[in-house]
Design a protein. Structure first.
Length: 201
C-alpha cells in the first residue's frame, strides 16, 4: 500500500489536474467523502486509504481557494467590450491550398493540416465555387463574438472560463481564436441570444 506521503501527493495531483474539482473546492461545495472514494476507485487503492486521502483533500482547500483565478477573470470581463458581427461564413482548406492572398478574410487560422478562413457571408458563393476542389468544409449563417480586454495581460484560465460558460448553455464553439487583447468565438446564429445572455449583454 502507498505510504502516507505518496497518498498526499496523489490526492493533491488528482485535484490539481481536475478543474471541475478545484472549482467545487474553491466555492465550498465539495463533498470530500465522495472525492476520496473516487480517488480510491480510480487508482485501485485499498479502502483503508480513505481517511488519509480525505485528510489530504481537506487540507488542499485553503491553497485551492487562494489560487482561484475566477475573481480576476470576472474583473477582466467587467472591463472588456463585446463586439458582435453577424453574417459570417467559414471555410476550411487543405493547408497546401495557398489562398490567403486571394480572399478578403476577416481571420485566417493556419493549422498543421488545414487553413481556416473566416469572412463575410457576401463572399460565400464565389469562394465556394472558385475553391471547391480545395475545400474540406464550409459553413454559413455564423456569428463572430469578440471579447476585447482592456489590456494585453493574459489571465490564466480566461479562455477556459469563457468556453465553459458557453458549454454550460449547450453552445457549440465552431472556432476559437486568441489575438493579443481579443478572445474571439465563432458560433451559429441560432446561439447568438443565448451567448449574449451568458456574457450579460
Amino acid at each position: 500500500m502507498l505510504c502516507m506521503v505518496n497518498l498526499t501527493k496523489l490526492t493533491r495531483d488528482y485535484i490539481d489536474q481536475n478543474a471541475a474539482i478545484k472549482t467545487c473546492i474553491a466555492r465550498g461545495i465539495m463533498n470530500y467523502s465522495k472525492l476520496a472514494r473516487k480517488i480510491i476507485a480510480e487508482n485501485n487503492l485499498e479502502a483503508s486509504c480513505f481517511n488519509a486521502i480525505l485528510v489530504a483533500a481537506r487540507r488542499s482547500s485553503p491553497k485551492v481557494a487562494t489560487d482561484r483565478p475566477e475573481q480576476k477573470i470576472k474583473s477582466q470581463l467587467n472591463k472588456s467590450k463585446i463586439n458582435v458581427k453577424t453574417k459570417i461564413c467559414q471555410f476550411v482548406f487543405d493547408a497546401h491550398a495557398h489562398i490567403e492572398d486571394e480572399i478578403d478574410a476577416l481571420h485566417i487560422v493556419k493549422g498543421v493540416k488545414t487553413t481556416t478562413v473566416i469572412t463575410e457571408d457576401e463572399h460565400y458563393e464565389s469562394i465556394a465555387r472558385r475553391y471547391e476542389h480545395y475545400l474540406l468544409s464550409k459553413r454559413r449563417g455564423l456569428v463572430r463574438i469578440a471579447i476585447i480586454g482592456p489590456h494585453p495581460e493574459r489571465i490564466v484560465g480566461l479562455a477556459a472560463y469563457l468556453a465553459g460558460l458557453l458549454a454550460s448553455r449547450g453552445i457549440n464553439i465552431i472556432t476559437a481564436i486568441g489575438s493579443y487583447t481579443d478572445d474571439i468565438f465563432i458560433i451559429e446564429q441560432k446561439d447568438l441570444a443565448a451567448t449574449l445572455s451568458v456574457f450579460d449583454v
